[in-house]
Design a binder for this molecule. Structure first.
Ligand code: CP
Ligand code: NVA
Length: 307
């Protein structure tokens, strides 16, 4: 068999602006069906395997609930309770698992692991977070922005904090969807344009001072100082990131109607002040809920194409 025709979702750059336009419209339709209890089961008899090598609340619940709501079922695997933790080669795991299910979601460490899995999979593979990227989160975040403020094209997103998987994915999204990212990270934790694989540096600008990154922004967003897999750096990071806490002054220097987002889980008093994440500009709960609607649209698209 050939794997050439299979569409995977391994990075935000795997889809075009036109496909995102379709998906954002589709998310709104799917969300409305959910809110009005309209049965929508296009994935009846389809099975999703979810492989978690790192912890998760939102990604697990949204993929699992979402797949059941679409009429399908799920298999949940972790490193500890499968042969994945006992060094079965990724290639072999991909060949076996993808003969039994219709779709695979993976949360793991290096992007190369999910790339290898996908290269040996007979079915579409979705990135549920790697060290480098978190495309499903940005899918939900941009849908949330659109719901609250309309198109994100031409807008400015301020990224305050670590040059991590979320930051890399925002950079990819900015190039595809035509908005600007103002990035401010402590030194030593910068974004790396080559990781994001950008064609140019036109869609983002780096600021030393996080306040300057927030000036005039339409959306201010941040993430944990220490991502999963980097726990041994926790103490050094707490020191380095002390000035990268999104506070009310940063929100005040942004546009007066600026939104605040955080992929969660959050640490109040570290990367964000409680007054901001629990304040009137924060849309973090909509953002979390939209993981469900965004991923249902994504799974439907990967398995059935445009409807
Ligand atoms: N934002 C996010 O991916 O959350 P989980 O780690 O809980 O899945
Ligand atoms: N950057 C964080 C996101 C968690 C959803 C991490 O990788 O741990």
């Amino acid at each position: 068999t050939t794997t050439n025709a299979i569409r995977h979702y391994l990075q935000f750059s795997d889809f075009t602006a036109d496909e995102y336009g379709y998906l954002f419209d589709r998310m709104a339709i799917i969300k409305k069906k959910f809110k009005t209890y309209e049965k929508h089961q296009p994935l009846t008899d389809r099975t999703l395997a979810m492989i978690f090598e790192k912890a998760s609340t939102r990604t697990r619940v949204s993929f699992e609930a979402g797949m059941y709501q679409l009429g399908g079922s799920v298999v949940h695997l972790t490193t500890g309770d499968s042969q994945l933790g006992r060094a079965e080669p990724i290639e072999d795991s991909a060949k076996v698992i993808s003969r039994m299910v219709d779709l695979v979601m993976i949360r793991t460490y290096e992007q190369t692991k999910i790339d290898t899995f996908a290269a040996h999979s007979r079915v579409p593979v979705i990135n549920g977070l790697t060290n480098e990227f978190h495309p499903c989160q940005i899918l939900a975040d941009i849908f949330t922005y659109i719901e609250h403020r309309g198109s994100i094209q031409g807008k400015t997103v301020a990224w305050v904090g670590d040059g991590n998987n979320m930051a890399n994915t925002w950079l990819q999204a900015s190039e595809i969807l035509g908005f600007k990212v103002h990035v401010s990270t402590p030194s030593g934790y910068e974004v790396d344009q080559s990781v994001a694989g950008l064609r140019s540096a036109d869609s983002y600008q780096v600021f030393k001072d996080p306040m300057e990154a927030c000036r005039g922004a339409d959306l201010v967003t941040t993430d944990v100082w220490t991502s999963m897999g980097y726990e041994s750096e926790n103490e050094a990071r707490r020191k380095a990131f002390a000035d990268w806490c999104v506070d009310e002054d940063m929100m005040r220097i942004a546009q007066s109607d600026a939104l605040f987002m955080h992929c969660l889980p959050a640490h109040r008093g570290e990367e964000v002040q409680a007054e901001v994440i629990d304040g009137p500009q924060s849309v973090v709960w909509d953002e979390a809920e939209n993981r469900l609607h965004a991923q249902k649209a994504l799974m439907e698209f990967l398995l059935l194409g445009r409807l």
